[in-house]
Unconditional design. Structure first.
Lengths: 394, 199
């Protein structure tokens, strides 16, 4: 069969076109296969894989941060540590799963641990806020109470000769209390509370001692008031001068014709608190006496002096009774040579048992008194209640 | 022809792998952790607790972000933002460390200054004690004040120990408390002396 050349050319051209189309198709198919395969593969993985509990883990982290902000590390450390432990475990579980092929990852445990972290962090936060609030109130209250008690003890020690036994203990306590206050100011409530706790018992003990001493001292208050009235009345009846030494106020009151004529500051013995018991106890006696001698010039060491009749009959009787009771040793002596004299104005209690006035005051008192003038030495003319009313006002 | 197809497939795979396998910022992560740890070692959590806790939380947040990326399909992972954040944490931790050192030096200087003032106050108290009024038995009252001074002197030793241990905040509290007491003693003695002079 003969094919015309033009037909042969046309057929050849068509065949080439068909071959070209087939090649393009093959190329497209061959490129599409790996792309589709990869797509299908990732699609399958995406469908089959489990998603990590990112939101829960993030929530756990945020609540832990909030708990730390609320100082849970200080006020609820146990709960916070537990929350942090669960959160870390959740993270570790997540990391472990991330090291596996996507389709084999499971986050059930991670979710459970994240939930536990959230729960414990919430507890830690709330507990920290509550503990901190309670502690702040408690520390503030305790510091205030301790400050008031120390102020009371300091007030009492300033009025009473309690220096030797109480002051020694008072100073370290007041330093620690100050430290507690500063820790409180810095909002370091734990340290503040520790410091408060370390001194509380000591303050209670000191307060008890001080209160006991004061109450014991003031047990004869009514008697002192009566003695004062007696002196006032005596001066009125006899139109003369009588003296009352108020040990607590450190005043010497001069009554003349039933009225307070003068008042002088006095200094007493170191252990002026309480009545004189025996010789050498460096206490100023309490009771009703009379001026027995007036000395001046070279006859006295302290400018001028008014000697009194200590020990009087009452003192001697009490002294003997205390010896019998065994309160004081049998070989002890009652003592004597008690006077109201000059040489005062030293700013402290310093005598062996006498009452000391500044020399100028002593001159005035000396001229007012005569031998036989009655002298009452009393513990206080102001009641303990009134003294502490004054303290509370301060 | 088959060769062409093979080359194209390989190229597609390489592109996918190259874009998908982003590098984990392990070096930056380790550096951030180490920076925070060293900040803690210099007491950053004590001197600047808020700043330290913020950094610690930032590191935790970045760790979460890191694992989130790791959970993604490999070609969609990106650590660029995380790396930036880790670098910032490291830098912030270093700044915090230097701030702590600065604050510490400041507190140490303050404590030492206060300690000098306290020592001078103790000396002043001792000098006043010699001038204080004494009677036959007045020494007993002064002995009590001497005891107070001894207590304050003992606190100076405690303060020095606290300074050498680097516990400047506690030392500051102690030095201030002792100073207040020493000042009170000074005032007490001055009043007693003035009282005598006045009379």
């Amino acid at each position: 069969m003969f094919i015309k050349p033009w037909l042969a050319r046309a057929l050849f051209k068509k065949n080439r076109m068909l071959k070209g189309r087939s090649l393009n198709f093959k190329i497209i198919v061959l490129i599409s296969i790996p792309i589709i395969t990869v797509g299908l593969l990732f699609g399958t993985i995406r469908l089959l894989k489990h998603n990590p509990p990112v939101a829960k883990i993030e929530e756990g982290r945020k609540i832990i941060a909030k708990a730390i902000e609320a100082e849970a590390d200080v006020y609820s450390p146990k709960e916070l540590k537990l929350a942090e432990k669960y959160w870390k475990q959740a993270m570790d579980e997540w990391k472990l799963n991330n090291s596996k092929t996507a389709v084999f990852r499971k986050f059930k445990k991670t979710t459970a641990l994240a939930d536990l972290a959230i729960e414990n962090a919430k507890i830690a936060k709330i507990k920290a806020q509550q503990t901190k609030s309670k502690l702040r109130i408690e520390v503030e209250k305790r510091i205030k109470e301790l400050k008031e008690t120390l102020k009371y003890i300091e007030f009492a020690t300033s009025k009473l000769p309690l220096n030797h036994s109480i002051r020694k203990k008072l100073t370290p306590i007041s330093i620690i209390l100050h430290e507690a206050e500063m820790a409180y100011t810095r909002k370091n409530l734990i340290t503040a509370m520790e410091k408060v706790e370390s001194i509380s018992k000591k303050v209670v003990d000191l307060n008890q001692i001080t209160t006991e001493v004061l109450h014991d001292y003031f047990k004869d208050f009514n008697q002192w008031v009566n003695l004062n009235e007696e002196m006032k009345n005596w001066s009125k009846t006899n139109n003369s001068v009588s003296l009352v030494v108020d040990k607590f106020s450190r005043k010497c009151i001069v009554y003349k014709a039933g009225r307070k004529h003068k008042e002088f500051d006095v200094e007493l013995s170191v252990n002026w608190l309480g009545d004189k018991v025996q010789s050498g106890d460096r206490a100023t006696p309490e009771g009703k006496y009379r001026v027995t001698k007036k000395k001046s010039g070279g006859k006295t060491t302290y400018h001028k002096s008014l000697e009194i009749d200590f020990p009087n009959a009452e003192d001697k009787l009490r002294f003997e009774q205390e010896k019998i009771k065994g309160i004081i040793p049998r070989n002890s002596r009652i003592g004597g040579s008690i006077a109201i004299h000059g040489g005062g104005g030293r700013g402290i209690d310093w005598t062996e048992g006498c009452v000391a006035l500044e020399n100028n005051d002593m001159d005035k008192l000396f001229s007012l008194c005569s031998v036989g003038s009655p002298v009452a030495i009393v513990g206080s003319l102001v009641s303990l209640d009134k003294i502490f009313e004054e303290f509370k006002k301060e | 022809m088959k060769k062409i197809v093979f080359y194209i497939s390989a190229l597609v795979l390489m592109v996918v792998l190259a874009t998908g396998c982003a590098k984990l910022p392990q070096v930056e992560l380790d550096a951030a952790k180490a920076s925070l740890e060293s900040a803690k070692l210099v007491d950053a959590n004590r001197y600047f607790p808020t700043e330290f806790n913020v950094l610690q939380d930032s590191l935790n947040a970045v760790t979460v972000a890191l694992e989130t990326e790791k959970s993604k399909t490999f070609f969609s992972r990106s650590y660029d933002v995380i790396t930036e954040k880790l670098v910032k944490i490291s830098a912030d931790a270093e700044v915090l460390k230097s701030n702590v050192e600065e604050r510490k030096a400041q507190v140490r200087a303050e404590v030492q200054e206060s300690l000098v003032a306290l020592t001078s106050l103790i000396d002043a108290d001792k000098a006043l004690l010699l001038k204080a009024p004494k009677g036959k038995e007045g020494k007993a009252a002064l002995e009590a004040i001497q005891t107070d001074i001894t207590v304050i002197e003992a606190s100076v030793n405690e303060i020095n120990t606290l300074i050498s241990n680097g516990d400047y905040i506690t030392a500051q509290d102690k030095v201030n408390a002792s100073k207040t007491k020493a000042e009170a003693i000074k005032a007490e003695l001055e009043t007693a002396i003035a009282k005598v002079r006045k009379r």
